[in-house]
Ligand binder design. Structure first.
Ligand code: BGC
Length: 715
């Protein structure tokens, strides 16, 4: 095993600083092979310096990575292998549903399997680190990056974060034993999901009690699972951009949580301290980030430009630099790069494993487990013997894999048309309009649907209008798509709406014109196959919404995590004036967190609590769930808790547990949850994580709005 302390001694101060900088690979070898995800500035770095940087981003492919590593090892003076990082967010080349959809599965095991396949395809393609999981808690559908997150709930996000980390790195304690294990980098620390007004990169204000209770737990969960890297966020949090925010970077991350792994800035986020107005020269910029223990500066050049002055003036010390560099060398050592800089990369394995049947099968299964059925007036599943029509911009397109698809190729995906054609279904299919057309082709529509009773209308957002830099002020379907839905309905056809979306949409204008709604999200490679299986009942729906679908964009941000006020409008039945509501629209979203139907029908009854809780004691709540249908199914049983008297205001309910339970047709299961005192504790602004004695309500049900409830006391 390499002795990183000895290796450190061989480096000049400048070489140490270069370990702490990261650029696209083309700066090193002149080949334009990296992906650009942000602003490009020209860097004040000479070629020899580029040849000694510690890591690159945006690269993948066994041949390309091998060539770069060879070139670099030949040219760099110190011969320390390069770390190769990339954004492998929901699959490398076999693409899985977007992370928001993975959140909808409420299935940690599925998330782990997806991350595993992603790790395998990445590792054989030469990638060492993925900039994932993204665990920013999101509750504003305007923000384009909600597609990268697993939703609005801290517990769901925390469980998903852990599952992703296990899938990438291997079981905690066993990490990197397998050559396919790669390093996970949790991002964006911290609070990026709460950008003001839903505008990407905007400032974030989160008071301490809320930060600790709701926003920080998913990052912490990833680290508890062994995640080795953290990425800073672009946003200012409570006035200070994250890369210079000592409270979150030093006090919380390094001291309270004792994180000793590598922190990397986001793309030019160190440089943007300057744009933010915090600094106006390289030395000050570098000083702020280095003093916040940001070990790697991504895509800006202030460390290398500012370090000499900082050392000369005694504003940072070489010992401080050594600590950062050792953290980076330790990652390289953990991966075994000093022994084998190529690790698992293999062109043969790429041919064998990338997009292999097993990976494609998991992609299909993932679509089945992530698509949410929001409405079904007994029209689904469809009958294979009945002729149908499929219309809309997504009827026959491969542009469904989703943003942030790494090396995914749209054309390698299965469209709805492909999947139905392969199964010999009798159907007419026509696009009728594009997403942004002025109007649809009415003649073509009439021709396509005239001889059928049921029409699948496949509509949605352009996948490139979701993700980074794609905040929206309007979250409705485009007008032409709404008009199309209304027209099909007005022709007395039954409408199955299939949505391709990267964010919750406002569906109020069309919801009454449709007989079924399937939220497919952006599906990854096997969208058509998974949807075919669901639509024809070869598999059953089990996913639930990980974010509310607002009634109107004006409600944003909106979440089931809603705080009590002195003048509550708890539901939409109360009168409007002088209560905390709108006089012209409901408070409640159109579809709530946790909602999602199945072809099975689940009935809840007999909620029981084992008794009151004494401190340090665990109690249980149980409920009987019956499947009163002839279809086997999986129900996501959800447990929420609410407190009655508190030190700082509390949400009206918080998710404290969920279980996916398979219940066969006409069968019944008793589902039990444990409740412990930590589930009742909460943070106040004095950082106290405590709970008072008194009454609590526990709710167990099928969504955040439909449940049975029972009370207990903490005594
Ligand atoms: C994004 C990050 C991403 C990075 C590197 C940035 O623009 O905010 O999420 O990991 O680019 O590609």
């Amino acid at each position: 095993m390499a002795d990183i302390n000895e290796i450190l001694k061989t480096l000049t101060l400048e070489e140490k600083i270069l370990q702490m900088t990261q650029y696209l690979p083309d700066f090193i070898d002149g080949n334009d092979s990296g992906e650009i995800t942000g602003t490009m500035y020209s860097f004040d770095i000479n070629q020899e310096q580029f040849l000694n940087v510690g890591s690159v981003l945006g690269l993948g492919g066994a041949k390309t990575v091998r060539e770069l590593q060879d070139f670099y090892l030949e040219k760099s003076r110190h011969k320390i292998p390069l770390l190769i990082m990339n954004d492998v967010i929901h699959g490398y080349r076999t693409i899985f549903p977007i992370p928001l959809a993975i959140g909808a599965s409420f299935d940690d095991e599925l998330a782990e399997r997806i991350a595993r396949v992603t790790a395998v395809e990445s590792a054989i393609s030469g990638i060492h680190v993925t900039f994932s999981p993204m665990v920013d808690l999101v509750n504003d559908a305007r923000f384009g990056r909600v597609m990268e997150s697993t939703g609005e709930d801290p517990l769901l996000n925390a469980n998903m974060a852990k599952a992703f980390v296990r899938g990438y790195q291997g079981e905690k304690g066993q990490e990197f034993k397998d050559e396919y294990d790669i390093i996970a980098c949790v991002k964006h620390f911290a609070g990026y999901g709460k950008v003001t007004a839903g505008r990407d990169y905007n400032y974030v204000e989160i008071p301490d009690y809320l930060l600790r209770q709701t926003y920080l737990p998913p990052y912490k969960a990833a680290l508890d699972e062994g995640c080795r890297m953290v990425m800073t966020s672009f946003n200012a949090l409570n006035g200070i951009p994250s890369s210079a925010n000592s409270y979150i970077m030093n006090d919380i991350l390094r001291k309270e949580w004792a994180f000793d792994g590598v922190v990397i800035s986001d793309w030019n986020a160190v440089g943007e301290l300057w744009q933010h107005g915090l600094t106006d020269n390289s030395a000050d910029t570098a000083e702020k980030a280095i003093n916040c223990n940001v070990d790697i500066e991504m895509m800006s050049d202030h460390y290398i430009k500012g370090y000499k002055q900082l050392i000369d003036e005694g504003r940072i010390t070489e010992e401080q630099i050594d600590v950062c560099v050792l953290r980076i060398l330790k990652l390289k050592e953990e991966l075994g790069l000093f022994e084998n800089p190529y690790r698992a990369l293999s062109e043969e394995k790429e041919k064998e494993l990338i997009l292999c049947e097993e990976h494609r099968n998991l992609a299909t299964e993932s679509v089945e487990k992530t698509a949410v059925l929001l409405k079904n007036n007994d029209i689904l599943p469809l009958n294979k013997n009945e002729k149908i029509a499929i219309v809309g911009p997504f009827a026959d397109t491969h542009n469904i894999i989703g943003a942030w698809s790494c090396k995914g190729v749209n054309e390698e995906s299965t469209s709805i048309y492909n999947a139905f054609k392969n199964k010999n279904i009798d159907f007419n299919c026509a696009k009728i309009c594009d997403i942004e057309d002025e109007c649809f082709d009415e003649q073509k529509l009439i021709e396509t649907i005239k001889d059928v009773d049921k029409v699948i209308v496949a509509v949605g957002e352009n996948q490139d209008d979701t993700g980074e830099g794609n905040s929206k002020g309007i979250i409705k379907l485009s007008k032409v798509q709404e008009d199309l839905v209304k027209k099909v309905h007005s022709m007395n056809k039954k409408v199955v709406l299939v949505l391709f979306n990267g964010r919750p949409l406002d569906l109020k204008n069309i919801i009454d014109c449709v007989d079924a709604v399937i939220v497919a999200w952006f599906t990854g490679t096997e969208g058509g196959s998974g949807l075919y299986n669901l639509i024809y009942g070869e598999s059953n729906f089990s996913a639930k919404l990980p974010m509310c679908f607002p009634y109107d964009v004006a409600q944003c941000p909106v979440s089931y995590i809603d705080y009590i006020t002195g003048r509550p409008k708890r539901d939409d039945s109360g009168s409007g004036r002088y209560t905390s509501g709108y006089i012209d629209m409901p408070n409640l979203p159109l579809f709530a967190f946790g909602e999602g139907l199945s072809y099975s029908k689940f009935v809840y009854d007999n909620i029981q609590i084992s008794g009151d809780m004494e401190e340090n004691q665990t109690i249980t709540v149980s409920v009987d769930v019956s499947n009163v249908s002839d279809v086997d199914g999986v129900e996501t049983v959800q447990m929420y808790i609410s407190d009655k008297v508190f030190r700082v205001i509390r949400p009206m309910k918080e998710l404290k547990g969920y279980k996916k339970v398979r219940i066969n047709a006409n069968d019944k299961k008793t589902v039990t949850f444990e409740i412990n005192i930590d589930m009742l504790k909460y943070y106040d602004n004095d950082k106290k994580f405590e709970v008072e004695k008194g009454e609590f309500e526990v709710m167990v049900g099928t969504s955040s709005k439909e449940y049975l409830s029972v009370k207990f006391n903490l005594i």
